[in-house]
Design a protein around this ligand. Structure first.
Ligand code: S3P
Length: 448
């Protein structure tokens, strides 16, 4: 599907972004493992969460969805049933990695598979530590399909030091650790998102977190003290708006002259909001009002006005706290005055696309001065010319970031592969249009 974007219109109004993708995934899976009827409000309805729900159907977990309300009838650890067919995780790494941990704890044999893109993404990072815990699991050449066979419970607690910060790996191991007979300690070089820890703590599971410094580097520890396969209570939560969806409007308002966008009920967990701090340091005109909420996740309203941005240097834990925001951050950097340098962000090469190389190729077509490095990129900010057709590389965030880039360009832009936006944010285009953007679908295509 090709989008055509004609720049020039300012963007004004309010947006309520969909439910957080990471929390929606966790809520669906923990609801399925829990004992009783879980009620989840503001659940994300999108391609990736549809994949998770279809898999729950295959595992014979009953659920019902009415609009954004999801209820799941969990029956504790006995509630899931093995399927002879492979479980199709689509394009979603979170679905695959979280399920691998949850199914290991529930002792459900399974074949986890997905799209050709997902089959290329690294799975050794979960397979190796799960094996150390005693799970019978294999992945050919470290990639999907992943085969989990019946295992002797209990699993073993392990001390696992991750070379890169990853919430998907951490969450996979924490879920598996629910079936261990001794504590599991996971060490990370950065503060990856902690939604799993927040939710498990709220469900009564003992989790400790602390940091330690070694050779001037901070390590982040998470320790789960299992009470072997304790019954998880059902969930009753309202999912905050997805900060990573809000990020596209935050940058759009900052770069398009005359704009003011108010985003309501956005998740503001500090392990996710690195982009806000970075944009404020760049000169972003951003107001944040925190709301008082009953849950463990901080939530608030964010208002952003057109801003004069300047370049910045980013590395270390800030990279971890804005890992999904680099496609749209690169757009902000392209419109900023001066040079932006991103270091220690090699993980971007292992997302839905190699985001460093995809951004380099496509932003260069829009005439942005972009240099790729092994673990990041350098952008010399300027005005963005546009007048080109760019391509999403099968990546929802690249598609949305390129659309945002076009909103303030000098000439029209076409974005191919826009059908991938539906994986995480099906309402993205209607929201943009409502704010005043001149965006239209010019070719439906076949989605391939
Ligand atoms: C996610 C963790 C991140 C992020 C992804 C969602 C999660 O991946 O990029 O979109 O829900 O745990 P990594 O854990 O691979 O960094």
């Amino acid at each position: 599907m090709r989008l055509s974007i004609r720049p020039g219109n300012s963007l004004n109004g309010q947006v309520i972004v969909p439910g957080d993708k990471s929390i929606s995934h966790r809520a669906a899976l923990l609801g399925a493992l829990g004992d009783g009827e879980s009620r989840i409000e503001h659940f994300l309805n999108a391609g990736v969460t549809d994949a998770m729900l279809s898999i729950l159907t295959q595992l014979r977990v009953p659920w019902q969805r009415e609009g954004e309300n999801l209820s799941i009838s969990g029956n504790g650890w006995q509630g899931l049933h093995a399927s002879l067919q492979a479980l199709n995780c689509g394009n979603s790494g979170t679905t695959m990695r979280l399920l691998a941990g949850g199914l290991s704890a529930a002792n459900i044999p399974a074949i986890l598979d997905g799209s050709p893109g997902l089959r290329k993404r690294p799975m050794k990072r979960i397979v190796e530590p799960l094996k150390k815990m005693g799970v019978s699991i294999e992945a050919t050449k470290g990639c999907a399909p992943i085969i989990i066979s019946s295992t002797n419970l209990p699993l073993r607690g392990i001390l696992h030091k991750m070379p890169v910060a990853s919430a998907q790996v951490k969450s996979c191991l924490l879920l598996a650790a629910l079936a261990a007979d001794s504590p599991c300690i996971i060490v990370e070089p950065g503060p990856s998102r902690d939604h799993t820890e927040c939710m498990l703590s709220e469900m009564g599971i003992a989790i400790e977190k602390w940091t330690e410094t070694e050779n001037n580097r901070v390590w982040y520890f998470t320790r789960l003290n299992p009470d072997h396969r304790q019954l998880l209570p059902p969930l009753n939560i309202s999912i905050p708006g997805d900060f990573s969806a809000a990020a596209f409007f935050i940058v759009a308002a900052a770069i398009v002259p005359g704009s003011c966008i108010a985003l309501q009920n956005v998740g503001l967990n500090p392990t996710r909001t690195g982009l806000l701090e970075v944009l404020i340091e760049m000169g972003g005109n951003i107001q944040i009002t925190e709301r008082v909420t009953p849950g463990a996740e901080p939530v608030g309203d964010v208002t952003v006005r057109h801003s004069v941005l300047k370049g910045i240097e980013i590395s270390g834990s800030t990279v971890v706290r804005m890992i999904d925001e680099f496609p749209v951050f690169a757009v902000a950097a392209a419109y900023a005055n001066g040079k932006t340098i991103v270091r220690e962000a090699k993980e971007l090469r292992f997302k839905e696309s190699d985001r460093i190389s995809a951004l380099g190729g496509e932003l260069t077509r829009l005439d942005v001065d972009f240099s790729e490095t092994a673990d990041g990129f350098i952008i010399q900010g300027c005005q963005v010319r546009g007048d080109a057709i760019v391509e999403a590389h099968g990546d929802h965030r690249i598609a949305m970031a390129l659309t945002v880039a076009a909103l303030a360009a000098e000439a029209s832009v076409g974005v191919d592969g826009a059908e991938f936006i539906g994986e995480s944010f099906p309402e993205f285009l209607p929201c943009l249009k409502k704010l005043g953007a001149d965006v239209s679908i010019v070719e439906e295509g076949n989605g391939e």
